[in-house]
Write a protein that binds this ligand. Structure first.
Ligand code: ATP
Ligand code: MG
Length: 564
């Protein structure tokens, strides 16, 4: 491709709304163009990168026996009602009607659609296992689409679904997908970790996420400094910390006028925060309506919202304000773990079970109760957010928190969808059974942003050779110089002859502009044909390291082939 002919619209200015470097470089380099909030057009450079990623994904999946299909982007609501997700999925699911009043959704994920494709067509255990995938558009009406391709509303996903006759066989495929995903992400050039994950709205149990390590990541992961353990903060576990014994004579009801925060309480009573019980009240949204939920955790801990959500099986949690709570006779600021009230859910953190001599609210204004034993009659669940420095649940070493970008997610689904959708097969004994399923996703468009976040530098993108839009950018220093142009054209034909993807920057613009574009777009190599063309020499610049090598023009192609 000749730069002078190409639809590459790089710009100097950083768009106001772009805070992350990936978003900035993708717009500035002319890879994508914003269409509306969270919807982007791919321009030729972006299309080339995404097609290369797609090809790698396809190659690795096909190699291990997966088959590609293409499901409709528009899915009938009926299927979503059958699975029970039509309401559960919340506002991210875009629902609409056609002219005949038929109800549809824009697929945010395709479990239902894939089950519907397979049911009735696969009827015997002899036809199993099966692993079908697609690389296709998804739509999620995200509350806060942002960061460019990182969190779009319309985005490209690889989603795969496997069908099995037994749980053992599904687990085998799950492990195979984990290994296959690792190979894919390594080829794309990412540093990543596989972590234990929460299963979210898709349901099922046993899921792992692939996290690209990058400071800009919206997810938090906890990683053991010693062993392999890693988990999303939403699902992370820890060894229960040991707390220094603390003796106190406090007992019974104590007047605590206007003492509503843990800080004030510990200062007032001269006790450590770990001897207090903190109450966090939320509004919880269920299919059948709203309820108040109160979560009790140790005063020195923080609530992990996803764990709280899972503990009560709600669709959504939001903050409850004082008037919400007063309507249920809840003494705001003085809620104690013995609270009982109709229509109010109370959950106590596992680590508080059987703790003694604790201080908690008295469930009336301006009072606390000391010397409380948290007995076994409560509903308990894991509610706490694991912190940096907490201890690994596997080996006891320290855990470290860091940011990650979720690039892939694999789930053990079981019969979560096959059962409600009545998708069955006949086993060896002729008995009808629901398929045991797994599901496997990769955020294909998000991967582009993740690679830039992880590998880009202060000048622009840095692609590895497997996914770069072009491998080589030949920069003609001065297009008016005949010798330079001739040598550059010559190199261009030789590289094309060798099937090396090359772009020839033959524009009549300054050398500085061309170098800036090379660095911003991030081609792995530039070949600069400039002043030393008079001695038949040219210079190779390696984008990643900045290394420069001057060679005779005859050696250039060989050298690129060696490195490529
Ligand atoms: P997140 O927690 O980031 O919202 P998710 O857990 O809801 O993602 P999955 O349902 O697991 O997403 O979808 C599979 C993959 O699709 C994710 O691992 C992620 O890489 C990608 N993905 C999800 N939502 C988006 C989005 N809004 N924009 C771009 N990619 C996305
Ligand atoms: Mg996920």
């Amino acid at each position: 491709m000749r730069f002078s002919r190409a639809f590459i619209c790089s710009i100097k200015e950083t768009p106001k709304e772009a805070v992350l470097k990936s978003h900035q470089y993708l717009i500035r380099g002319g890879f994508i163009s914003a269409q509306s909030a969270g919807v982007y057009d791919l321009m030729p450079l972006g299309k080339r990168v995404i097609d290369k990623i797609r090809a790698i994904i396809k190659e690795e999946l096909d190699k291990v026996g997966c088959e590609e299909v293409g499901l409709g982007f528009v899915t009938p609501s009926e299927l979503w009602r059958e699975s029970g997700r039509f309401f559960k999925y919340g506002k991210e699911l875009l629902r609409f009607k056609d002219r005949k009043d038929g109800e549809f959704v824009l697929g945010p994920t395709h479990e239902e659609a894939m089950v519907s494709l397979v049911r009735g067509r696969v009827s015997s255990y002899k036809q199993l296992p099966l692993n079908l995938y697609q690389i296709n558009l998804k739509f999620r009406d995200e509350a806060r689409p942002r960061f460019g391709l990182m969190r779009g509303r319309e985005f490209l996903m690889k989603d795969g679904y496997s069908f099995h006759g037994s749980r053992e066989d599904m687990l085998r495929e799950f492990r195979l997908m984990e290994e296959t995903y690792k190979r894919i992400f390594r080829r794309i050039g990412l540093d990543f970790r596989v972590v234990e994950a929460d299963s979210g709205a898709i349901g099922g149990s046993g899921s792992k996420e692939f996290m690209a390590l990058a400071d800009a990541g919206e997810d938090t992961i906890l990683r053991c400094e010693k062993c392999e353990y890693g988990a999303n903060a939403e699902a992370a576990k820890r060894v229960k910390p040991t707390y220094a014994p603390f003796e106190s004579d406090l007992s019974g009801e104590i007047a605590t006028p206007n003492i509503v925060s843990i800080d004030d309480l510990t200062a007032f009573l001269k006790i450590p925060a770990y001897k207090t019980v903190k109450a966090i009240a939320k509004k919880a949204l269920f299919d059948e309506g709203e309820k108040i939920a109160i979560f009790f955790i140790r005063g020195s801990d923080e609530l992990e919202e996803t764990k709280a959500l899972n503990a009560i099986g709600a669709n959504e949690l939001s903050d409850a304000n004082a008037s919400d709570l007063e309507a249920y006779k809840i003494a705001v600021g003085f809620i104690g773990c013995d609270f009982k009230g109709e229509e109010v859910l109370t959950i106590v953190d596992n680590e508080l079970r059987n703790e003694t001599k604790m201080v908690t609210g008295a469930n009336k204004k301006d009072a606390h109760i000391a010397g409380v034993h948290v007995g076994g009659a409560h509903t308990f669940a894991d509610l706490i957010a694991v912190q940096d420095g907490d201890l690994c649940p596997v080996c006891g070493a320290k855990l470290a928190r860091r940011s990650g970008i979720e690039i892939g997610h694999i789930f053990q689904l079981g019969d979560r969808y096959s059962k409600p959708l009545n998708a069955t097969f006949l086993d060896e004994n002729g008995k009808a059974k629901p398929f045991i399923m797994g599901t496997y996703g990769i955020g294909v468009s998000r991967l582009i942003a993740a690679v830039i976040e992880a590998n880009g530098d202060e000048k622009g993108c840095v692609w590895n050779e497997a996914i770069a839009p072009y491998l080589v950018d030949i920069i003609v220093g001065n297009v008016k110089d005949e010798k330079q142009s001739r040598l550059a054209e010559n190199l261009y034909s030789q590289l094309l002859h060798e099937k090396i993807e090359t772009i020839l920057d033959d524009r009549a613009v300054g050398f500085g502009v061309k170098m800036n574009d090379f660095e911003l777009i991030g081609f792995p190599y530039a070949v600069i044909v400039g002043k030393n063309a008079t001695d038949d020499r040219a210079e190779i610049v390696v984008r990643k390291s900045g290394e420069r090598i001057t060679l005779n023009v005859d050696q250039i192609v060989e050298r690129i082939k060696e490195s490529g």
